[in-house]
Design a protein around this ligand. Structure first.
Ligand SMILES: [Zn+2]
Length: 298
């Protein structure tokens, strides 16, 4: 009798210890608040006061969600000889799990609006609502859900610094944070690396990015399949641009890595990249798919 009671208790504990099977609901308006709050801090390029302020903002939000948060500070010398002090932000959930998913986004913004239609604006830093804040906004909302609902797999959210510092034609000055992180992987081999960038535009359309499809087609198909199942219209199964983004160093490291990006954005690298061009529904489209992806892992 006693052993039976123990068995029942153990079974009950096991059930309690299992992750809940229903994915939590991604709140697009909550994510949009995270987007706006980053933009309210101002242009967040390396070396600016806002860059430090947003780092504290993001670190505090991730820590408040219950993640195990750490920082990866490093210096990068640009091709023009500037030394940048950069910091990647790493938030881990279910640290004991070997099977892990990495979600990434960059949090720095471009120091110059070099694509602005007005030549006089082209040295002015951008606020980066879509190109910068949108990816972090999605991941902060996912962080909130990961903290509140036990996911079935280990998840690492990494917010990369120094993605967008370089001048056009100087590729070595881009992707500084993701390259630094990918160089420090050791035996950390996530089953999937998913980067989100420029995912906040109203009526966004996320196409199949070239490197992602060339190297990580199965993961692309799975993500776009989940979007289909959920009836999310923002994911379009058509060939998109081929883009060097924060997923690229992970592809080079031999990991299945993809980039979810809407590269067709009229305000890209202009002073017009502001929150009014973005919408919670677009953040929700990407966030919901990622949440369902995480909760489909066992
Ligand atoms: Zn950019």
């Amino acid at each position: 009798m006693r052993s039976m009671l123990v068995a029942i208790l153990v079974a009950a504990l096991n059930i309690g210890g299992c992750a809940s099977s229903a994915p939590p609901v991604f709140d697009g308006e909550s994510a949009f608040t995270f987007l706006r709050e980053q933009c309210d801090i101002g242009p967040r390029y390396p070396g600016s006061p806002a860059h430090e302020t947003v780092r504290r903002y993001l670190t505090d939000k991730l820590a408040a969600s219950g993640a195990d948060v750490s920082l990866q500070p490093f210096e990068a010398v640009t091709s023009e000889g500037d030394t940048l002090r950069l910091v990647n932000i790493i938030a881990k959930y279910r640290t004991g799990d070997r099977k892990r998913v990495l979600l990434g986004a960059h949090y720095d913004t471009r120091p110059r609006a070099d694509r602005d239609p007005v030549p006089a604006n082209r040295e002015t830093p951008i606020v980066g609502a879509n190109d910068g804040a949108s990816g972090d906004a999605v991941l902060l909302e996912i962080a909130r859900l990961l903290g509140a609902s036990n996911p079935p797999v280990g998840v690492d959210i990494v917010l990369f610094d120094g993605e967008d510092y370089g001048k056009e034609g100087n590729p070595q000055d881009y992707l500084l944070g993701s390259r630094r992180f990918a160089a420090s992987l050791g035996d950390y081999r996530p089953i999937a690396v998913i980067v989100v960038d420029m995912v906040g535009e109203r009526d966004s359309r996320i196409l199949l990015e070239g490197y992602s499809m060339a190297v990580s087609e199965a993961l692309c198909r799975r993500i776009f399949g989940i979007a289909d199942e959920l009836g999310v219209p923002n994911f379009v199964k058509a060939q998109g641009a081929t883009i060097i983004d924060d997923h690229f160093p992970f592809i080079q490291a031999g990991l299945p890595a993809i980039d979810l990006i809407d590269f067709d954005y009229a305000y890209w690298h202009t002073l017009g990249d502001t929150p009014d061009k973005c919408a919670g529904a677009s953040l929700s489209a990407v966030g919901s798919v990622l949440v369902h992806f995480i909760w489909s892992e066992r």
